[in-house]
Design a protein around this ligand. Structure first.
Ligand SMILES: NC(=O)c1ccc[n+]([C@@H]2O[C@H](COP(=O)([O-])OP(=O)(O)OC[C@H]3O[C@@H](n4cnc5c(N)ncnc54)[C@H](OP(=O)(O)O)[C@@H]3O)[C@@H](O)[C@H]2O)c1
Length: 365
């Protein structure tokens, strides 16, 4: 029963995808003493009210003596809202079931401690893995101060991402491309190298059709400032932000600025991926979907900046020694040093196969 209700709280939390960043996804279910669900809620940043408050308002007096299933530790501090712990205590909640602590240093452990001090029975750990996955970007950002980076590529069976002439449309089929828009919807920013922009003139928008709170930030690494003024990204920069990292001295005079492209010149240029990520973090960008090309993917991998990987593998063979592969850079010298994945999920997307996984921790060999 507990598991089923926690699964429901997680399901509710997921309704906030695209609408909570820079906060976490949170869902709450209130169950009264007879076992009946009397309140449900989830968090949306712009609605301000936290999931617990929404669910408790629905429950009204039936929250007295009830159990609250909360997908993340309730906060005990005054932020944009009064502490959720206080709201739960005041409502007369008897038991709180939560999977994980909130990694936010302002919250971590304090929420549970506050509830326990008030005599509430607090049970932590149920569906911890699922809850951590749901908020993986938020948790990573809170722990490291850097955005969570998800590398997404579409490859042929022989690992190519384009033909020898640079043509890449389309390697992935329709279903895989629709899925890629779902992925974009979950991220604060999308990242590509200048090679991809020059070859494809992409728009890089979230076409999932779902609402999002902040526009998807389109980030380009373009050291030599080669983005043409008449490309889609330049032409749409006023409608949806484009952030361009460069080391070019031409930056102050660039016409791209007039078009609305924000230029950031960092010491060491866009090659300094850590500095670039720090700049994104300073803008509260918690998650980045890196969409290539191979040069950028290789640089991210060599720098150890990839936190999740999704490859769509299409049943085609492109061939050609000089056709670009998915990941360039230096790469591994021995198979045992290859970037290994764990927690792998394999899903059929029309004629393609989606493989998603996480970098295997080093100590696992
Ligand atoms: N199938 C797929 O999923 C997929 C996805 C994306 C692209 N593609 C294809 O891949 C091809 C382009 O790939 P690519 O490897 O040539 O280009 P890329 O990785 O998109 O861009 C590489 C360029 O980005 C700039 N850059 C700036 N900072 C960088 C950094 N820290 N690390 C790496 N690069 C940085 C460099 O140019 P500057 O020195 O000028 O700054 C570099 O040459 C195209 O044919 C495209 O169609 C396929």
């Amino acid at each position: 029963m507990d598991r089923q209700l926690m699964a429901r709280a997680l399901e509710l939390a997921a309704r906030g995808i695209g609408q909570v960043s820079p906060g976490p996804l949170v869902g709450t279910v209130i169950v009264d003493e007879s076992g009946e669900v009397v309140g449900e809620g989830f968090y949306l940043y712009d609605r301000v009210k936290h999931a617990e408050t929404v669910a408790l308002e629905q429950a009204g007096s039936r929250a007295q003596g009830a159990t609250a299933y909360v997908s993340l530790e309730p906060h005990a501090h005054h932020g944009r809202t009064p502490p959720c712990t206080e709201v739960l205590i005041k409502a007369g909640i008897k038991r709180v079931v939560a999977p994980i602590e909130d990694p936010n240093p302002q919250v971590s452990g304090r929420g549970f401690a506050h509830l326990r001090e008030a005599g509430i029975d607090v049970c932590v750990g149920l569906m911890a893995e699922e809850a951590s996955r749901l908020n993986e970007a938020y948790i990573h950002f809170m722990r490291t101060g850097r955005p969570f980076v998800h590398l997404k590529m579409a490859v042929s069976l022989d690992g190519k991402v384009a033909t020898r002439t640079g043509d890449s449309r389309w390697i992935a089929g329709e279903e895989a491309r629709a899925r890629a828009h779902e992925l974009r919807h979950q991220y604060d920013a999308i990242l590509v190298g200048s090679g991809t922009v020059l070859a494809d003139d992409p728009l890089l928008t979230d076409r999932s059709g779902r609402p999002r709170r902040r526009p998807l930030l389109r980030v380009i690494l373009d050291d030599r400032l080669r983005l043409p003024n008449d490309y889609q990204l330049s032409q749409t920069a006023r409608e949806q932000p484009v952030l361009l990292f460069t080391s070019s001295d031409a930056e102050p005079a660039s016409e791209l600025k007039q078009l609305g492209v924000e230029l950031v010149r960092i010491e060491g240029g866009a090659r300094d991926l850590l500095a670039m990520m720090n700049e994104l973090a300073a803008r509260e960008i918690q998650s980045v979907l890196a969409e290539g090309g191979g040069t950028l993917a290789g640089a991210l991998m060599d720098t150890g900046l990839i936190d999740k990987v999704t490859f769509f593998i299409a049943p085609m063979i492109i061939g050609g020694l000089n056709a670009p592969t998915a990941v360039a850079g230096t790469g591994a010298s021995r198979i045992k040093d290859a970037f290994q994945l764990e927690d792998i999920e394999i899903t059929r997307r029309g004629r393609d196969v989606e493989v998603t996984g996480y970098p295997r921790s080093k100590d696992e060999g």
